[in-house]
Design a protein around this ligand. Structure first.
Ligand code: DC
Length: 225
């Protein structure tokens, strides 16, 4: 008889620089699950729209481009068609454009099927803003990962310095707060903690501790009747 058990999903949502990506990747590696970086899809859509010279304030225009995008995740690289955009999508201008186009209902709808298609055995760890609320409402475990804005700015600062890039703490903090406001205030799929999500505040907690906590919560969720 075919196994009708749904492929398990762990949804990890939270604000920018909360450590979702790092935690989600490590949890996926521990469990041998696939990993979805949904933010990368919004970033790729924004980059493609910018390159096409689209009006970034026009939902229909950006969503048309999004629908035809050939985005591929190949190990830790992201490609649009044959072009490697792994670094390009992390640029500041693309971060801001991604936050802007992510507020559009048609753009979000254009990315929905693509995200759900990544739900493949043996399981998926998905990180973003609406993984638990919209994309995978039946996720076996929903986590809302956060940390104080100051700690998130400090983490981003460290990351940039390690990459040899220039960074200003005050500007980073302001940027994080602006993006939080934009992602939380939009009317479609705003950043919010679902009622059935577990809140993990990672301020002062090292990544390993958070990964251990998520794995323990997953084990418990799988045992629940
Ligand atoms: O997680 P990130 O910073 O790479 O996300 C980039 C932008 O995309 C961010 O402004 C929020 C948006 N986003 C979203 O609206 N929904 C998601 N599931 C993931 C990201």
């Amino acid at each position: 008889m075919a196994d009708s058990t749904p492929v398990p999903v762990i949804a990890i949502d939270g604000p920018s620089a909360s450590g979702k990506g790092t935690v989600a990747l490590r949890v996926a590696a521990e469990l041998g699950f696939h990993y979805l970086d949904s933010g990368a899809l919004y970033r790729a859509a924004a980059l493609a729209a910018m390159k096409a010279g689209a009006n970034l304030e026009n939902d229909l225009e950006v969503s048309r481009i999004t629908l035809t995008l050939n985005i591929n995740f190949i190990r830790d690289r992201i490609k649009i068609g044959n072009q490697d955009v792994t670094e390009a999508i992390r640029e500041e201008s693309v971060s801001n454009a991604a936050s802007q186009v992510a507020a559009f209902p048609k753009v979000r709808a254009a990315l929905l099927t693509r995200q759900r298609a990544l739900r493949q055995p043996p399981g998926l760890v998905a990180d973003g803003r609406d993984m638990g609320s919209v994309v995978f409402p039946d996720a076996v475990l929903k986590i809302f990962l956060t940390a104080s804005p100051e700690e998130r700015a400090a983490r981003r600062h460290k990351q940039l310095m390690e990459k040899g890039m220039d960074a200003n703490m005050t500007a980073l903090l302001q940027d994080i707060q602006e993006r939080d406001t934009r992602d939380s205030a939009r009317s479609v799929a705003p950043l919010q903690k679902c009622a059935d999500a577990v809140l993990l505040d990672t301020t002062g907690v090292p990544v390993e501790g958070v990964v251990t906590q998520v794995l323990a919560l997953y084990k418990r969720a799988r045992q629940a009747p």
